[in-house]
Design a protein around this ligand. Structure first.
Ligand SMILES: *Cc1c(COP(=O)(O)O)cnc(C)c1O
Length: 354
């Protein structure tokens, strides 16, 4: 730290992204990316815009937002596009949270929530998951704080129903409730239909997981017009051209290919069920995932040792150190072929331990 670093950030512990190896070829099952390359139309969209990079991007993201409004069935004024959904989450912390408007979220969830809270000087409460790692929606009823919940949750993969989320939103009418739907396309129940009814609900989604554009950085928020207007105030006060030309064109083309992504997500869900069953047969406990990853443990080998052994064998999964989830690993669902290699290596590692 230099002597110029502001006191307000001195205690900040930044988010630690999953490993993104540069040299060795790994089977990458550690950051929940989509395992398929973008369709040609998406690549072509980005390429066309590459030749116009001397010009700023459209700050209003007009074409993209029009298409997104159609796809999600809301008004154009109810959507904001951002540089990944991490950006809209940060905007929401900036817009709706402060010393007098603290926020609550599950103790085991997306690591960025506490980082955004600390970055923005927002007091936060971590509400423990139940013993089975589910979110108990009743813990959030009428708590009178802002709330952010990943639904389905990460890294557990477990989901709340729309009716349960509605109870939370309804019972905290004077607080913003942010539902992070990064994984909703893999079997969750989206709460987008609720934004018509509640002026305190913000839904965030991302193109990084179910639309395979993690490297492009594209996310969005859907809410009533008032919340989106506030988030736009933050956007135009930080980075008006937050979505670059190539990304916007790729995102637009991806929305035009909706059927392709639906088919691929269904394929990933099928592979997830097959992988889950195979792990259970090997003696793993596997949580009931509604996402593109599995959260699993076994008493035959520690979470950390399995992670390390697989890495030696060219397979990356995600291990989170410490606490109640120390023995678990989060395993992204890749292609069927990748999961076959993962299962084979895992079986070999368990056999060595016997
Ligand atoms: C991956 C992820 C995000 C954000 O991803 P972006 O790449 O920034 O869009 C947000 N929330 C959760 C729970 C995630 O897993």
């Amino acid at each position: 730290m230099s002597r110029f670093f502001s006191d307000k950030y001195a205690a900040l512990t930044p988010y630690v992204p999953g490993e993104q190896p540069k040299n060795q070829q790994y089977i990458k099952l550690n950051t929940n990316e989509f395992p398929f390359a973008p369709p040609q139309a998406v690549v072509d969209g980005a390429k066309t815009e590459a030749g116009k990079l001397q010009l700023y991007s459209d700050p209003e993201c007009t074409q993209f937002i029009e298409k997104a409004a159609q796809v999600w069935g809301v008004k154009k004024t109810q959507i904001l596009a951002t540089n990944g959904s991490d950006e809209i989450l940060n905007f929401a912390f900036m817009a709706f949270c402060d010393k007098n408007h603290p926020i609550a979220f599950p103790d085991i969830s997306y690591g960025f929530y506490s980082v955004f809270a600390e970055l923005n000087g927002v007091p936060y409460e971590k509400i423990p998951l139940k013993a089975d790692f589910s979110v108990d929606y009743r813990d959030y009823i009428g708590i009178g704080k802002n709330i952010v919940i990943a639904n389905p949750n990460a890294p557990t993969g477990l989901a709340l129903s729309r009716a349960q989320v509605e109870e939370i939103v309804k019972s905290n009418p004077d607080n913003a409730v942010i539902i992070d739907e990064a994984y909703v396309d893999f079997g969750g129940e989206s709460c987008v239909p609720l934004v018509e009814k509640y002026d305190n609900l913000l839904i965030t989604q991302t193109f990084s997981k179910s639309r395979g554009l993690a490297g492009a950085r594209l996310g969005l928020g859907i809410a009533c017009e008032g919340l989106i207007a506030d988030l736009n105030t933050i956007k135009y006060s930080t980075n008006p051209y937050n979505v670059n030309r190539m990304t916007m064109a790729a995102g637009y083309a991806a929305l035009c290919e909706n059927e392709y992504y639906k088919t691929k997500c269904a394929e990933i869900c099928k592979t997830r069920e097959d992988t889950s069953n195979a792990l259970k047969e090997m003696g793993f406990e596997v949580l009931d995932s509604k996402t593109n990853f599995l959260f699993a443990q076994t008493d035959k080998i520690s979470g950390k040792a399995l992670y390390e052994k697989l890495k030696e064998n060219g397979i990356l999964i995600r291990h989170f150190n410490g606490g109640r989830i120390d023995n678990f690993n989060r395993i992204t669902i890749g292609t069927k072929e990748q999961m076959d290699v993962f299962l084979k290596k895992t079986a070999e590692i368990l056999k060595e331990k016997e």
